[in-house]
Each structure stands twice: as structure tokens, then as C-alpha cells.
Design a protein. Structure first.
Length: 297
């Protein structure tokens, strides 16, 4: 791995929290992510095509920002954690109020706890006549997870991802919880961060969605991601708008890599192209040797 220089406290600036949405299948993860994206990102954009790039940023009415990893389910979270990448600052765990705490809910709770990531519960589908949010909160209490309106410390909010009821309030609670984390990063250095997803596009070549976690990424930078490297030819935000620079907690899609890195791979920007290339080549070589070894065994 690439050694990272320690930042001086005075170089650190506040950054937006990075949030993952998890929960049991059909409890409303996709609906919630879609609702938030449509309300906060597309609104006001005349005819802008929203690209699905696996992550997006929203700015609330009060100007505060949240970055969402738009990969519902636990796959992204677990894949990234398995690769040693800690990307998520906070988890929203969606539980359907017409159902209960289910196996994947418990799994999501343990993932978040194991990663030391605070949880905000979104008790969803409260528009349904059969919804019983209190039953869900009771189940949580039985697991020693006391939410605020049950006298505990864990944030939760009743929402409907369908009508939008309670969603803004949920996001405000997410921001309150995030404030306690005092999230900061140094924007004034070469960028590093994590790959969210990557694929080969017929017309454009390799496209990687990355999350800048520190520093500022610029068009023309030389980057290394996993076993791949390249000069950043172009960067786009989730609206498909070309951008030239991206600071901490910004998700962007990047053109210019010579292959598709894996979700959870770290990326680093280098002063010099040769260095990025030679590390990528060394890693490729190492991978080959390892796969030869595993084939022999
Ligand atoms: P996921 O598997 O967790 O991503 O769940 P989805 O977002 O795909 O939602 C599963 C189903 O529940 C879909 O049919 C949604 O339309 C529905 N759904 C999600 N949220 C709500 C809600 O707040 N109210 C109602 N009535 N239905 C919802």
C-alpha cells in the first residue's frame, strides 16, 4: 500500500458525510435512494440526464451536503470492507414498518457495528395502513437498540420513501449524527480515495466511479487504482456535467484508466506518470504470481 503523509491540523477542513443505505430486501432501500436523488439532485436541473454512477451528492435547503453511496444492499459495503476500505461514515438502515427486523436487517446492523459506523434507522412505509412503527422499535429495543423516542440514544425517523413523508427530517438527523463525528480532510494535496464501481464503456473506454476522500483530484492528474493507472482525461459528476476539480467527499466518474479497478480499490494521484505506471505494473505482476501459486495448490 501507498504510505500516506500525516496532515497538519490546520490543513483540515470539514467534509460532507458519506452515507450507505442498508436493510432487508424490499424494505425500501432503492426507493429511498431514488427519492432523495430525485428531490435533491434532479430538481432544478432543466432536462439534465442523471447518470447512475454508484454515488451522488445532495445539498439540503440549509446548504449542508451529504454524499450517498448509491449501491443499495450490503454488497458494496462488504466488498469495500473486505478490501480494507473504510468509506462509509454513517449507515441508514431501512426497516419496513409493515414488516419487522429481518435477517438482513440484523446483518446490516452487525456490519455497521463491526465497522464502528453510527446507525440512523429509517422506519419506512408508514403510509401503509398496516404499518406499525412501534412494533419495529420494540423489536430493536429487544436487541438492546433503543431509539430516541423509546428513551434511547439511537436516531430513527418514521418515513415513507413513496410519499416522501419524513425524508428531509431523516436527513437532518443524519447530519446531526454526522456533526458529532467532526469529519475533516485536507483538500490541498494530491487526491486519494476509493473506487466505487468501474466498467468498460464502448464509446468512452474505462469509466471508474471514485470517491475522493482527501486532496483534490484534477483533470490531467496521473492516477493509480488497484492494478490500473492512467492520466485523467475527463471527470463528470452524477449529472453528467464535466468538472475539472473535485475535493473530499465528492463522487465523480473518471475517464482515462487503462482498465477497470475493483470496487473498494484505493486510488492515489501521483506527481509523475512513471511512478503510477510502475506501481500498477508491479501489482499486476504480483497478482499473476499469486494466481499461478493458487492454481498449483
Ligand atoms: P429494496 O429491495 O430494499 O431496495 O426495496 P425497494 O425500494 O425496491 O422497495 C420494495 C417495494 O416496496 C417496492 O414495490 C416499492 O415500491 C415499495 N415501497 C418502498 N418504499 C415504500 C413506502 O414508503 N411505501 C409504500 N407503500 N411502498 C414502498
Amino acid at each position: 500500500s501507498i504510505p500516506e503523509e500525516e496532515d497538519l491540523p490546520e490543513d483540515l477542513e470539514a467534509r460532507a458525510p458519506i452515507v450507505t443505505v442498508m436493510g432487508h430486501v424490499d424494505h425500501g432501500k432503492t426507493s429511498l435512494l431514488d427519492y432523495i436523488r430525485e428531490e435533491n439532485v434532479i430538481a432544478g436541473e432543466s432536462g439534465g440526464i442523471t447518470q447512475h454512477i454508484g454515488a451522488y451528492g445532495v445539498t439540503l435547503k440549509n446548504g449542508q451536503k451529504i454524499t450517498f453511496l448509491d449501491t443499495p444492499g450490503h454488497e458494496a459495503f462488504t466488498a469495500m470492507r473486505a478490501r480494507g476500505a473504510q468509506v462509509t461514515d454513517l449507515a441508514i438502515i431501512v426497516i419496513a414498518a409493515d414488516d419487522d427486523v429481518m435477517p438482513q436487517t440484523k446483518e446490516a446492523i452487525s456490519h455497521a457495528q463491526a465497522a464502528g459506523v453510527p446507525i440512523v434507522f429509517a422506519i419506512n412505509k408508514v403510509d401503509k395502513p398496516t404499518a406499525n412503527p412501534d412494533k419495529v422499535k420494540e423489536s430493536l429495543a429487544n436487541m438492546d437498540l433503543l431509539v430516541e423516542d423509546w428513551g434511547g440514544k439511537i436516531q430513527s425517523h418514521d418515513i415513507s420513501a413513496k410519499t416522501g413523508q419524513g425524508v428531509q427530517e431523516l436527513l437532518e438527523k443524519v447530519l446531526l449524527e454526522a456533526e458529532l463525528l467532526e469529519l475533516k480532510a485536507n483538500p490541498d494535496k494530491l487526491a486519494n480515495g476509493t473506487v466505487v464501481e468501474a466498467f468498460l464503456d464502448k464509446g468512452r473506454g474505462y469509466v471508474a466511479t471514485v470517491l475522493v476522500q482527501a486532496g483534490t483530484m484534477r483533470v490531467g492528474d496521473y492516477m493509480l487504482a488497484g492494478t490500473h493507472s492512467g492520466k485523467v482525461k475527463a471527470m463528470h459528476d452524477e449529472r453528467g456535467k464535466a468538472i475539472v476539480a473535485a475535493g473530499p467527499s465528492t463522487p465523480i466518474s473518471v475517464l482515462g484508466l487503462d482498465g477497470a479497478p475493483q470496487a473498494g480499490d484505493k486510488f492515489h494521484v501521483f506527481e509523475d506518470e512513471k511512478e503510477a505506471k510502475s506501481i500498477a505494473a508491479k501489482r499486476t505482476q504480483l497478482q499473476r504470481e499469486q494466481s499461478v501459486r493458487t492454481q498449483r495448490h
